[in-house]
Design a protein around this ligand. Structure first.
Ligand SMILES: CC(=O)N[C@H]1[C@@H](OP(=O)(O)OP(=O)(O)OC[C@H]2O[C@@H](n3ccc(=O)[nH]c3=O)[C@H](O)[C@@H]2O)O[C@H](CO)[C@@H](O)[C@@H]1O
Ligand SMILES: C=C(OP(=O)(O)O)C(=O)O
Length: 429
């Protein structure tokens, strides 16, 4: 398996093009199952998760044509996918394909809505907690589906089709909201989702579904109303920029020092993270091309942060913030409220000399002036990138093993960071 070698200590200076958001691209691709016409998606990032989802959709009989960058295109325009689910030949999503990626489970919604049946393996994904699917099942049951769990699969049927319903989530869930939203587009009658997730990726998917002929109002707020329609049609949609990628590089600059333009980043998608970075001593400015982040001279100030659903501080930036706080001039506190076991990076950051104490869902980080490079490995995506950030700022060499996780969510990571002066290379054995 590939490894990444970093020699730390260089400031980051230059421009990083922000890619399309993984967490929007995946449900958007899945939404392609809802229509027999072609859905064209622009700005799809080239990621292992996207490639894996292409395999899963291919197994259902979906044709996907990808057209890449053309001369004159800007780099962050990503790839264009033409997704055509004219004939769904198989309504089973098998374990071998689904177990590697959490979002692949969401195919259950369009399959049920359009084919009235689905058999989908229980999902895998990042090892950050138990991650049940009870609320997704509850939402589909409200819409009239019958579901049983059999041999590791969720077997779902809706013989007469789905029916609109009131779905009130007892806790905010991104996956639950995506599934309820997609399923309700083709249900008979009106669906009202309350306590819906407000993440920008939900609103992006709803925008695309509306272009496909769906009737959705309120996406991006806690109350979403969907008037079901009989059929959806083809459309063209551009995936919104990745706020987690932007926030990750912003944290990296705050840690190493220097000045970087995050081209294509949209500040309103990560305001809470930008506020925390400002509090920590980074200088953030917004311009028509994106966000500029710098830290020159000033030290890193400690912060106290809790993760929360959007518009709060995202759990997907928690590990990266912890790497940054490892070098702060004082004690910081980070509380993880979304996933019960998202601290796998703590023991790996300790290899750099970071001083972190865990008490339940709160980590106290006692900042140190200098980290030292080390061999490290992480078992989830954002934890892995927090180790890259620590390696960029640490003295000496860092080897990040098990790069598979990084490739799931960060497009051309080494290339983007090298172009800003980092010493970072991939080693393929
Ligand atoms: C592909 C994708 O978009 N992944 C994101 C998505 O994950 P994901 O959609 O899995 O996260 P959810 O918002 O659904 O999960 C939030 C919390 O609800 C719990 N829960 C969820 C569903 C359920 O049926 N029962 C239940 O108890 C989860 O265990 C977790 O504690 O949102 C998370 C929270 O912003 C992000 O960290 C992930 O990057
Ligand atoms: C947790 C993540 O992904 P997934 O939900 O696919 O595991 C993530 O993107 O940080």
């Amino acid at each position: 398996m590939d490894r990444i070698r970093i020699v730390g200590g260089s400031k980051l200076n230059g421009t990083i093009a922000i890619s399309g958001a993984k967490n929007a691209a995946l449900p958007l691709m899945i939404a392609g199952l809802l229509t027999e016409e072609t859905l064209v998606l622009d700005n799809v990032p080239r990621l292992a998760d996207v490639a894996q989802l292409q395999r899963i959709l291919g197994n259902h009989g979906v044709d996907i044509m990808s057209a890449g960058k053309r001369p004159g295109d800007r780099e962050y325009q990503g790839q264009t996918l033409h997704i055509s689910a004219a004939n769904i030949i198989d309504t089973t999503a098998p374990y071998d394909l689904v177990s590697r990626m959490r979002a692949s489970f969401w195919v259950i919604a369009p399959l049920l809505a359009r084919m009235h049946e689905a058999k989908v393996s229980l999902p895998g994904g990042c090892a950050i907690g138990t991650r049940p699917v009870d609320l997704l099942i509850m939402a589909l049951e409200k819409l009239g589906a019958e579901l049983v769990i059999d041999g590791g699969y969720v077997v779902a049927k809706a013989p007469g089709g789905l029916r609109g319903a009131a779905i009130d989530f007892p806790k905010v869930t991104v996956s639950g909201t995506h599934v309820a939203l997609m399923a309700a587009t083709l249900a008979k009658g009106t669906t009202v989702i309350t306590n819906a997730a407000c993440e920008p990726e939900i609103a992006d998917v709803a925008d695309c579904l509306n272009k496909m002929g769906a009737r959705i109002e309120g996406a991006g707020t806690p109350r979403i109303t969907i008037e079901g329609v009989a059929k959806l049609h083809g459309a063209r949609h551009t995936v919104l920029p990745d706020r987690i990628e932007a926030g990750t590089y912003a944290m990296a600059v705050a840690m190493t020092g220097g000045e970087v333009q995050l081209a294509g980043a949209r500040p309103e998608l990560l305001q809470s993270a930008l506020d925390v970075l400002t509090e920590a001593g980074a200088v953030i400015s917004v311009n028509p091309e994106g966000i500029r982040v710098s830290r020159n001279g000033a030290g890193i100030r400690p912060v106290k942060v809790s993760t929360a659903p959007f518009p709060g501080f995202p759990t997907d930036l928690q590990a990266q913030l912890m790497a940054l706080m490892a070098c702060a001039g004082g004690a910081s506190e980070i509380t993880e409220t979304i996933f019960e076991n998202r601290f796998m990076h703590v023991q790996e950051l300790a290899r750099f000399g970071a001083r972190i104490a865990l008490d339940g869902e709160t980590a106290t980080i006692d900042g140190t002036a200098k980290l030292r490079g080390a061999p490290v490995m992480a078992t989830d995506l954002r934890a892995s990138v927090s180790l890259v950030i620590a390696g960029l700022a640490a003295e000496g060499e860092t080897m990040v093993n098990r790069v598979y996780h990084l490739d799931r969510g960060f497009e051309r990571l080494e290339e983007k960071l090298s172009a800003c002066g980092a010493s970072i290379q991939r080693i393929s054995d």
